[in-house]
Write a protein that binds this ligand. Structure first.
Ligand SMILES: [Fe+2]
Length: 191
């Protein structure tokens, strides 16, 4: 898909990073690609798509590369391992900050927060655009197999993904129905 308002240099930069990961770690590549593709569709729908968001959406999970020993487990993830997984926004944000993208780094840092303040860091003050990366990331996690847990059905995934968005100030600004429809279309195309 072509995004007219994104600089070609940004698109080329992201494509090169995705290509690297496709070769080195297909599992992380798929996570980055699907989260990015879906997040930018959501952001574009609400006129929030710019270069920083584009970079943040694709690189939000790049920190997972350091956690492959946990991600590849096919049984329960223990508390200590989950605590490590919850660090991936910090690691991803640090990578992107070091690359010089401060605003994208901030979006990444908060990409597991939600309007009910029940995210990884329970943050209550962060850029709202980060929520669209959270929705994309959470939805992708729901519709994929995790360890021995089979993928959730579409309806289960929608419920799980949007449960922290219903009855919040977020919902007053961004239509949950519109978001559901975008997720539905994405799901029918790729899963
Ligand atoms: Fe994530």
């Amino acid at each position: 898909m072509k995004y007219e308002n994104i600089n070609k240099s940004t698109i080329d930069f992201i494509n090169n990073i995705l290509l690297t990961h496709k070769i080195l770690s297909p599992q992380v590549y798929l996570k980055m690609k699907h989260t990015g593709d879906l997040a930018i569709q959501l952001a574009e729908n609400f006129n929030l798509l710019d270069d920083d968001f584009y970079i943040a959406s694709y690189l939000s999970n790049i920190g997972l590369l350091s956690l492959m020993n946990i991600l590849e487990k096919d049984n329960f993830i223990h508390d200590k391992e989950y605590a490590q997984i919850k660090r991936h926004p910090i690691l991803s944000a640090e990578v992107v900050k070091q690359l010089g993208f401060e605003k994208a780094s901030l979006l990444i840092y908060y990409h597991h927060e939600n309007p009910k303040y029940l995210g990884y860091f329970k943050a209550d003050n962060y850029p709202i655009e980060a929520n669209f990366i959270n929705i994309a990331d959470t939805f992708h996690g729901c519709v994929c197999q995790k360890g021995f847990r089979p993928p959730l059905t579409f309806n289960e995934a929608i419920e799980e993904t949007l449960k922290h968005y219903k009855d919040t100030s977020f919902e007053n600004i961004h239509s949950i129905n519109e978001i559901s429809n975008i997720l539905k279309k994405y799901h029918s195309n790729f899963f």
